[in-house]
Design a protein around this ligand. Structure first.
Ligand code: 3HC
Ligand code: NAI
Length: 691
């Protein structure tokens, strides 16, 4: 086959030129691919026998977008615009033949083709928004010219991958091919286009689908309102909207200019840098250096869960959702019935929102069996313990399980802080014991910390990673240490937040600062939600801490209508002068002088110690890499994606600045701020911790 370059081939068959890209893994538009496209289309245009050109890809997908790794580097080879102009201005029809996904720059290339054919399983989308970007190769101008402003707004702000059948209905593709016969059907389609002398359709010239919305400001105002909550803090969704607005109200060329200017702003900004980093980090987190991809994994076809409380119920739902039968064991019938009823209610709520059918509810409930004895866990492939956080109890359970579970079963604990090695030592098979730390609500939260014990086998870690993927979790492998990675870092923020209240910041000052930073909720609103009385008892309370005083005053959190905040009947919170008075009295009694604390200081105090703890975690080898820590904090604790996680954020602030601050604080406030030696080394030797 005549090669254009190492990733592109051109073959001419009965007057149809077939230009094939083969640049694994996803045919991203690297310099080589752009070069191949540019030269290939040009050659086909110049070839006298060629009547039409089919653009098709090998491997798992059509072009999945620009090559993200090239962003920020000096441009090489022809630009994407040059490639697009070559295609769009071709005097011979160019047809893109789509399988897998046509995403971002890939769809933008397809939109400069005169026609598009796709297999039914293909999907098209402009997902740049998820990388903090907007489609920068004319996508925001061409898409609405096919699907109209409303649908274009939805697509560019959600990044949704639209199935081929829907694309056909919207006019985004012109023809569906047979799933197994894309190339042959594309050639046939191209031949028909030539024979019927169909026009060279240029999407850019199509004003038909946008003219009705010219000057329709309401469309955009309403749309902005509809996504405001979901997109709070993100720049890219708004910039995408502005581009669609330009597409509707300006000429194609003017719109393109708006798109280019806004794209440049985004691609050079920190939000997109953070989001692109998160994209690669999410893929990196699956790679465990000493566990090769080919490591044997055990198949998990049945699961046992011990404890049907808050966590056990949610954990069980994950497996039932993907068709894996679950046996839940409780200590008595009443608790078992309660646990199962909560699961049913959760499923019914989801069904009421239309996300699953009532039939699905029954199918999933049918996969969950309740039992009252661990003896019934003798056949399951994976057993997850989720009883109270009590070492003695957990040890008893693992000791018992050792005699019951089948050989080769994975024995997991959902402990949030206890020592997994100690738990494993209760069994004669510590290599099969692992921590699977789900986050609450376990059926919703994406994060899973996989706690690798001293003796946990590689195969058990690999199997846990594999089952995590199957149930849709993003899993990070962490080591055994108090609080593992997530809660260990959280403890830093919590400590400083609590201290700050007794220095003069009010709970809502702290919550607001963190909410404005991008967290869904601050620590005090969170405490109110969880209940201030977790781990507190009326009998032993001596009014020693602020929490004691609040609980003694009946302020237990949302459930009692007041905690750090006051709640109305709709559970909407407001600051409470009574809490301010309680804090003042508490401080006065201890001769603590309160002072004004700025938002900036609140953020430094809450966030910098977290970064420092991240370095300690890396130093001790409790996380594999800095980006894994960020993945934990983004997916388990709501760290805003556009700030990249604590470690990435630290790099934006400047690790040298964080170190200086810690040194200063250590002198002023005490040893809890002592910098990690690894942080000192990173600053001194200018080490790139993300390399
Ligand atoms: N550039 C560079 N590398 C990419 C890439 C891209 N656009 N898309 C995927 N990759 C890499 C991944 O990092 C991964 O590398 P690894 O194997 O070394 O970890 C490999 O390709 C395979 O990716 P996945 O593991 O994600 O494979 P899946 O099969 O699960 O998913 C996919 C495939 C749906 C294409 C998914 O990779 C994806 O969503 N990619 C990003 C698509 C995207 O955002 N496109 C827009 C890019 S920005 C743009 O086009 C700007 C333009 O408007 C100018
Ligand atoms: P929970 O109190 O809601 O549920 C524990 C359940 O275990 C109770 O229903 C109890 O009856 C049952 N149980 C106790 N002993 C048992 C036994 N011998 N046999 C069978 N069942 C028994 O507690 P929750 O919140 O679900 O926590 C469970 C575990 O998950 C704890 O280790 C906790 O630290 C951990 N965890 C909790 C999170 C949370 O946000 N609640 C988050 C992550 C982990």
């Amino acid at each position: 086959m005549p090669a254009i370059n190492e990733v592109t081939n051109l073959e001419i068959e009965s007057n149809i030129a077939v230009l094939t890209l083969n640049s694994p893994p996803v045919n991203a538009l690297s310099a080589n691919v752009r070069e191949g496209l540019h030269v290939g289309v040009k050659q086909a245009i110049e070839d006298e026998d060629t009547k039409a050109i089919v653009l098709i890809c090998e491997g798992r997908t059509f072009i999945a977008g620009a090559d993200i790794t090239e962003f920020g580097q000096a441009p090489k080879g022809p630009s994407l615009f040059e490639v697009q102009d070559m295609i769009e201005d071709s005097p011979k029809p160019v047809i893109s033949a789509i399988h897998g996904t046509a995403l971002g720059g890939g769809l933008e290339v397809a939109l400069t083709c005169h026609y598009r054919i796709a297999v039914p399983s293909a999907r098209c989308g402009l997902p740049e928004v998820n990388l903090g970007l907007l489609p920068g190769a004319g996508g925001t101008q061409r898409l609405p010219r096919i699907v109209g402003a409303q649908k274009a707004l939805q697509m560019v702000t959600s990044g949704q991958h639209v199935p081929a059948k829907q694309c056909l209905e919207m006019g985004l593709v012109d023809e569906l091919a047979n799933e197994e016969n894309l190339l042959a059907d594309a050639i046939k389609f191209a031949t028909t286009i030539v024979e019927e002398k169909r026009p060279l359709v240029k999407v850019r010239d199509n004003e038909e689908n946008i003219k009705a919305d010219k000057g329709n400001d309401t469309l955009f105002t309403d749309f902005r309102k509809s996504i405001a909550r979901r997109t709070r803090g993100f720049l890219a969704p708004e910039y995408n909207i502005q581009c669609i607005e330009a597409a509707v109200n300006k000429s194609f060329e003017e719109g393109l200019k708006v798109e280019r200017d806004l794209f440049t702003k985004l691609v050079t900004g920190t939000q997109s840098a953070a989001q692109r980093y998160v994209f690669f980090s999410e893929r990196q987190v699956n790679k465990i250096p000493d566990i090769p991809r080919e490591t044997e994994v055990s198949e998990i076809n049945s699961v046992g869960v011990i404890g049907a409380g808050t966590m056990g119920g949610g954990i069980s739902m994950n497996f039932a959702n993907v068709g894996i039968p679950v046996t839940i064991v409780e200590q008595n019938q009443e608790r078992l019935d309660k646990g199962l009823a909560v699961i049913r209610k959760n499923y019914e709520n989801t069904a009421n929102k239309g996300r699953i059918s009532m039939e699905d509810v029954e199918t999933r409930m049918g996969l969950i069996t309740g039992e009252l004895s661990v003896e019934s866990l003798n056949t399951q492939d994976l057993i997850i313990e989720a009883v109270f956080e009590n070492m003695k109890l957990k040890k008893e359970i693992f000791n018992k399980l050792d005699g019951i579970a089948k050989q080769g079963a994975i024995l997991a604990s959902n402990t949030s802080a206890l020592n997994v090695n100690e738990i494993a030592a209760e069994t004669k098979r510590p290599e099969d014991v692992i921590g699977l730390h789900f986050f609450s609500p376990a059926n919703v939260m994406r994060l899973l910390e996989i706690v690798r014990g001293e003796k946990t086998s590689k195969s058990v870690v690999a199997s846990s990673m594999s089952i995590a993927k199957r149930i849709g979790k993003i899993a990070a492998v962490v080591g055994v240490c108090p609080g593992f990675v997530g809660n260990r870092i959280l403890a830093q923020r919590q400590r400083e937040a609590n201290k700050l209240i007794l220095e003069g910041a009010l709970p809502w000052d702290i919550d607001d600062a963190l909410f404005d930073f991008g967290f869904p909720m601050g620590p005090f609103a969170m405490s109110d939600l969880a209940g201030l009385d977790i781990g507190w008892s009326k009998e032993t309370s001596k009014g020693e801490t602020l929490r004691d005083v609040l609980c003694e005053a009946g302020r237990l959190g949302q459930k009692s209508g007041k905690g750090f905040y006051l709640y109305d009947e709709n559970r909407v919170k407001s600051p409470d002068p009574e809490v301010e008075a309680i804090i003042r009295d508490f401080a006065e009694a201890r001769q603590i002088r309160l002072r004004d604390i700025s938002k900036e200081e609140i953020l430094e105090r809450c966030l910098y110690p977290m970064i420092n703890e991240g370095f300690k975690i890396l130093e001790e080898g409790m996380a594999i890499r800095a980006s894994d820590i960020d993945i934990v904090w983004i997916n388990g604790y709501g760290w805003p994606v556009y700030e990249g996680g604590p470690m990435f954020y630290g790099s934006l602030v400047g690790f040298d600045k964080v170190l200086d601050w810690l040194n200063k604080m250590e002198k002023e406030l005490g040893p809890e701020f002592a910098p990690s030696p690894y942080l000192e080394k990173v600053v001194k030797e200018n080490i790139n911790i993300f390399a």
